[in-house]
Design a protein around this ligand. Sequence first.
Ligand code: BES
Ligand code: MN
Ligand code: ZN
Length: 480
Amino acid sequence: MTSLTTAQESVASIDADALIVGWAADGSVAAHPLLSDEAREAIAAGAAALDASSKAGKVTVLPGVGVAARRVVVVGVGDATTEDLRTAAGEASRAVGKKPAAVVVALPVESDEAAVAVAQGALLGAYAFTDYKSDEDAATDTAWTVAGASDAAIARAQILIAAAAGIRDLVNTPPLDLFPGSFAEIAQQLGAAAGVEVKVWEAQDLANEGFGGILGVGMGSSRLPRLVRVGYAPEGATQTVALVGKGITFDTGGISLKPSKSMETMKSDMTGAATVLHAVIAAARAELPVAVTAWLCLAENMPSATAQRPSDVIRIYGGKTVEVLNTDAEGRLVMADGLVKACEEDPDVVLDVATLTGAQGAALGTRTSGVMGTEAIRDEVVAAAGEADELMWPMPLPEHLRAGIDSKVADLQNMGDPQGGGMLTAGIFLREFVGDTPWGHLDIARPAYNEGKPWAENVAGATGHSLRTLFRFLENRAQA
Ligand code: BES
Ligand code: MN
Ligand code: ZN
């Protein structure tokens, strides 16, 4: 098992496959209370000869001379902000050699925040999804030591890393194996282990109670849809936060079929559900004094003889009707059911997380999520993202786009103005289902899944993006 611990002894004498140290702008090894001046100078001589760079995440690898570790990874720490340190640890974690059994990290961790960032960078940067590799040795188990970190920082890092890795595992799992029923079972198992309450609506329950959005999207698949409620309600909590996650375990587009290229990454269309599930579990493990309820809207969007058709009208939970003009705009349909249900419990705030639109990527690119909603909540989410070092940007819900989702036959239609602003139209659609509840909407379509090269703590595939923001939002609420 990969592990994370701290050490409070001189790092030069710790036996390890690799020792990671920082490289500062003044051309020296970044100071660390557990790294002696002799060791720093020995490493600095080698690093300078190889033109080491202080740019955050720039890696220079040296043989382990003057230290017990076999190699020394010197990595630029930039301005040593938490973001720079996470990036440095992330990049360095992929330069520690093949299958290291033990790695010691001696980056500057003067605050708990810095120590958490370093631990996240190291363990998430070295994350690999190997469940489907035949080679039994495909997985690497590494003992990571973050030197000088406090026990509190290690405990907090373990919770946040486990949540991000848990999201990645779910998202990376092929849709053959991760479908609404199996996802609901996993939620039950994880929930039981964390001591939180889990309730599952099977397809028949959804039909009985009128969840027409989740059913409409899910009815084209032989693997029937589910709604899952995961509740953490600590004694004495004065705040209740509801989290609603899009859980399309595979999005073919349905009858409005996607081109094959656009479909390749659509196993990631359940990232929102995975994220809200792990956010609740993390809140419970951290014993945050705030009640958190996650709603997982799970369906597989398939084209078939039983699939919904463009022009079908469905009835969302609570009664509003929607004309489905494009079966590929399915996320807003399942989310509508989830939002109405979540708001029925009268939470203080509801946040929804969804890989909702390709338009998010067109507007903001592959790394920055769009945040919409009630303005105060939108700004609270963006502020939490800033504190958590995640790229999120506030977006408007312009009133003139509202008329675009008026339907000729139903209360609403699931497509809007064809001239652009698809991310905003989707937000405006969701707004119809939250009533007066203060609401935030996170469109994480592209940041959820890295189609490019590894960067910072992100490897290829699922990233876990938005978990840190949600957790920070919950922590801030707990203090309010
Ligand atoms: N799951 C997709 C959005 C998406 C696209 C996520 C790319 C990640 C990467 C969503 O269900 C979808 O297909 N949206 C359509 C909506 C349109 C038909 C109004 C889109 O964005 O094209
Ligand atoms: Mn779609
Ligand atoms: Zn989708």
